[in-house]
Design a protein around this ligand. Structure first.
Ligand SMILES: Cc1cc2nc3c(=O)[nH]c(=O)nc-3n(C[C@H](O)[C@H](O)[C@H](O)COP(=O)(O)OP(=O)(O)OC[C@H]3O[C@@H](n4cnc5c(N)ncnc54)[C@H](O)[C@@H]3O)c2cc1C
Length: 183
């Protein structure tokens, strides 16, 4: 089977690593509109993953850590959310009251810090600076990981669905790192 994957973000690279190993897959081609795999090479955010399955799939360098969360409410750092805090948080992130992870905030849990630059890919499988939709090559199967809005536009799919969104705020802060993050 000839497989195409659209997008070389985290999902695209995960799909690539998974299907590359499958005996029934004759070839995998990844199409990425950006001009390099900067996601893997110069991703600067600290990626914290919950599932070890992802670490095993990517076969990357990682460090297992224990995390404990706090939240800031009215200028006070808290760890035991009241019902009001839970509801306020849920309304803030999804605009409605639902069960959110803030409910288990006081529990320690495991996470994996992963080093994306250590993910091994065969560069020849990747077509950078290439919009899949302008490529004439035919594939037996296509996995798209691009945003839903882009898929609808590219496939000329009209929908009456309304995608709601609310503005986000970003705060930048200097963080003092007091642990060795060498993965
Ligand atoms: C500040 C921040 C911190 C985060 N921290 C974490 C974290 O700690 N842990 C965690 O798990 N997640 C984290 N996330 C979320 C995580 O980064 C995203 O969920 C993830 O990167 C989404 O990956 P994706 O592959 O689905 O999408 P994307 O990364 O958006 O990948 C889609 C790719 O498709 C390409 N593309 C688009 N159109 C086309 C086309 N026509 N042809 C070819 N290519 C195309 C795009 O260029 C892009 O590279 C964080 C997000 C942010 C913003």
């Amino acid at each position: 089977m000839k497989l195409a994957i659209i997008g070389a973000g985290l999902s695209g690279v995960m799909a690539y690593k998974y299907f590359k190993e499958m005996s029934y897959v004759e070839s995998v081609k990844v199409f990425e509109i950006k001009d390099s795999c900067d996601f893997l090479k110069s991703h600067t955010a600290l990626l914290r993953i919950k599932s070890v399955e992802i670490v095993n799939l990517l076969k990357c360098r990682y460090k297992k850590i224990k995390i404990e969360k706090n939240y800031l409410s009215d200028g006070v750092l808290k760890q035991t959310p009241s019902i009001k805090d839970r509801n306020d948080y849920s309304k803030k992130v999804i605009g409605a009251i639902h069960s959110r992870s803030i409910g288990s905030i006081s529990e320690y849990s495991d996470r994996y810090l992963i080093d994306l630059s250590s993910v091994k890919i065969e560069e020849s499988d990747f077509n950078f600076n290439t919009d899949y939709y302008s490529c004439s090559e035919k594939f037996d199967a296509v996995i798209s990981t691009i945003p839903l809005f882009s898929i609808l536009e590219k496939e000329s799919i009209h929908t009456e669905a309304i995608f709601k969104s609310t503005p986000v705020e970003t705060v930048t802060a200097d963080v003092k790192i007091d642990m060795e993050l060498d993965l």
